[in-house]
Design a binder for this molecule. Structure first.
Ligand code: FAD
Length: 532
């Protein structure tokens, strides 16, 4: 192993035994840090453009949070939409995006996203391994240019070849499998795993290299230019990798770093995020900041309501079909059908569900049996939840209030008012069910499908906390994904995309697939700039 490394070294040790300043253990044109959707899109593009490309991934799996995801991709105006008969364009998307994001982010950066999105899908589909399809999922804001049925595309499912493929075997298992320490399911790769699998095959086809269990620890700068990086390899050895053209940081956010979460977000810790355990701890962000990178949106996440699990972790929950949420006052505080990021912001605004001080409970009635009337991305086992006190049941709402330590009169009054709204079809407090996004999940049979009365015992309460899909503050980039200093100049040779950067969406989540879609766009643009 050592001999192999010595053979790879660009510069042999000097006769006196001292290492020359530029001793390298490996060399490439482009070093890509991380292996989510952004990283692999950038790596694929760079390799396809003829650059010797090396991907280093810290964990034992490829894919990061992207592998856990639904892999909706908000890439408006693309050929997969066109094939499905969805009329869209960069212009229509621009009207919508501007209405939502406004001036929170430089317009040039927004335009780089919107103008590259559609052509990127077209570019990727030229590769035999990359195929996308449209699936309906509404945009998240009622703003001009919205498409009510949605405009996101998804990777097509990916069949595994006979006998398997080593790269596909190393795609991170789904979140539920990892939580229960189960192997990845057999059969085709779907959703985020399909995206990662497809990009890995395309990258391999284009001659790119990959290394698992290899973590960036710092960047190497010469004369103000990034020329490589220091990594720790799977044996725990420190290696210096030279990157002739540059380094692309796409190593996720800092969601896994409890200290930074407390410092920048005022949150209690890091166990309620959906980021894979131990993966995204802001390593790339910290390395870039050491070289003078400017940062933005550091307090921001892609927020979501989450169900609290007995082991102290939490899981992303959405599509609440039944029941309502109350905080410690026993009253509702928001439209429970809000898109998840907006619900997360409602929790933040109410300073609720962030710790034990103002607990939030999802109250629903007996009509759902043992099922939760909503989608939780990791299955919740009622018996274990009940034992942990995270799922409570009582024959009456008054008794339920007592077990929750809530004012019984407040909780029953809340239910009574809610049931009046269900009967009339109008949520006079929060307008639940007025938006196409709300109704996408609603399946009630009354006048408003999102308002189902809470009236049949037994009554249930499940604990809801503020979680996230990842943080989205980080280094500031320009339209070519070059990392910027505070004075607006670019750090030569350093690029970033995805949750390592201050998001192009600012403090908003415009539509399904914005996180990965924007990561892919800026990583792709980085590669196009790197080849120049
Ligand atoms: P990641 O995909 O997390 O990749 C970062 C990688 O970098 C990880 O593999 C990590 O191990 C690696 N890494 C970290 N540090 C180092 C280091 N020092 N050296 C080397 N490697 C390192 N978003 C969408 O756009 N559409 C959806 O449909 C969608 N659905 C979601 C569903 C779920 C259940 C969840 C949890 C999230 C969903 N999201 C979705 C959000 C989205 O998955 C993430 O925001 C996005 O994938 C983040 O991409 P990233 O490339 O920044 O980070």
């Amino acid at each position: 192993d050592e001999a192999q490394h010595a053979a790879q070294a660009d510069t042999a040790p000097q006769a006196d035994g001292a290492q020359p300043a530029a001793h390298w253990d490996d060399t490439c044109d482009v070093l890509v840090v991380g292996s989510g959707g952004g990283a692999l899109t950038g790596a694929y593009t760079a390799a396809a453009l003829g650059l010797d490309t090396l991907v280093v991934e810290k964990t034992a799996y490829f894919g990061g949070t992207t592998a856990y995801s639904g892999a909706g991709l908000w890439l408006p105006g693309n050929p997969a939409q066109e094939r499905a008969g969805v009329e869209d364009s960069a212009e229509l998307a621009r009207a919508y995006f501007r209405a939502v994001v406004g001036d929170a982010v430089p317009h040039a950066l927004q335009d780089a996203y919107l103008d590259t999105a559609g052509p990127l899908v077209e570019y990727l589909e030229r590769d035999e391994h990359l195929r996308f399809e449209f699936r309906p999922f509404p945009d998240y804001f009622g703003a001009p240019g919205r498409i009510d049925g949605g405009r996101s595309v998804y990777p097509c499912d990916l069949d595994q070849p006979e006998g398997g493929h080593p790269l596909l075997a190393a795609v991170r298992p789904p979140a539920w499998a990892e939580r229960f320490e189960l192997p990845a399911p057999d059969g085709p790769l779907t959703d985020g795993r399909a995206l990662i699998g497809r990009l890995l095959l395309a990258l391999e086809g284009a001659g790119g290299r990959t290394r698992l269990r290899t973590a960036l620890t710092s960047l190497v700068e010469e004369d103000g230019r990034v020329v490589g990086a220091v990594v720790t390899d799977e044996a725990g050895h420190t290696r210096r990798i030279r990157a002739r053209k540059g380094v692309l940081l796409a190593a996720g956010g800092y969601e896994g770093d409890a200290g930074l979460r407390r410092e920048w977000q005022g949150l209690r810790g890091a166990d309620w995020t959906m980021g894979p355990a131990g993966a995204n701890t802001g390593d790339a962000l910290k390395a870039a900041v050491e070289l003078g990178a400017d940062t933005g949106l550091l307090a921001e996440s892609w927020w979501c309501p989450s169900v609290l699990f007995p082991d102290g972790t939490a899981a992303f929950a959405l599509g609440f079909r039944g029941g309502f949420f109350v905080d410690g006052s026993g009253r509702r505080f928001a439209n429970e059908s809000l898109p998840y990021d907006q619900m997360g912001r409602a929790l933040l605004a109410a300073r609720a569900g962030m710790d034990d001080s103002n607990q939030v409970w999802w109250i629903f009635d007996g009509r759902y049996g043992d099922e939760l009337p909503g989608i939780v991305v990791v299955p919740a086992d009622r018996a274990a939840f009940t034992e942990a006190g995270l799922w409570r049941t009582a024959d009456t709402l008054e008794d339920l209030a007592v077990t929750l330590g809530l004012d019984a009169a407040e909780l029953t009054a809340t239910a009574k008012t809610f049931n009046t709204y269900a009967a009339s079809g109008e949520d006079a407090d929060f307008g639940r069910g007025t938006d196409p996004y709300d109704r996408f999940f609603g399946d009630g049979t009354g006048p408003n499908p999102c308002l189902v009365p809470v009236e049949e015992g037994p009554f249930h309460a499940v604990r809801i906390v503020l979680g996230d899909l990842g943080t989205k503050g980080g280094v500031r980039i320009d339209t070519d994904a070059r990392v910027l200093r505070a004075d607006g100049t670019a750090i030569e040779g350093l690029y970033a995309a995805g949750n390592t950067t201050a998001s192009v969406t600012g403090p908003y989540y415009p539509g399904p697939g914005a996180p990965i879609g924007s990561a892919m766009v800026f990583a792709h643009r980085a590669a196009e700039h790197l080849v120049r």
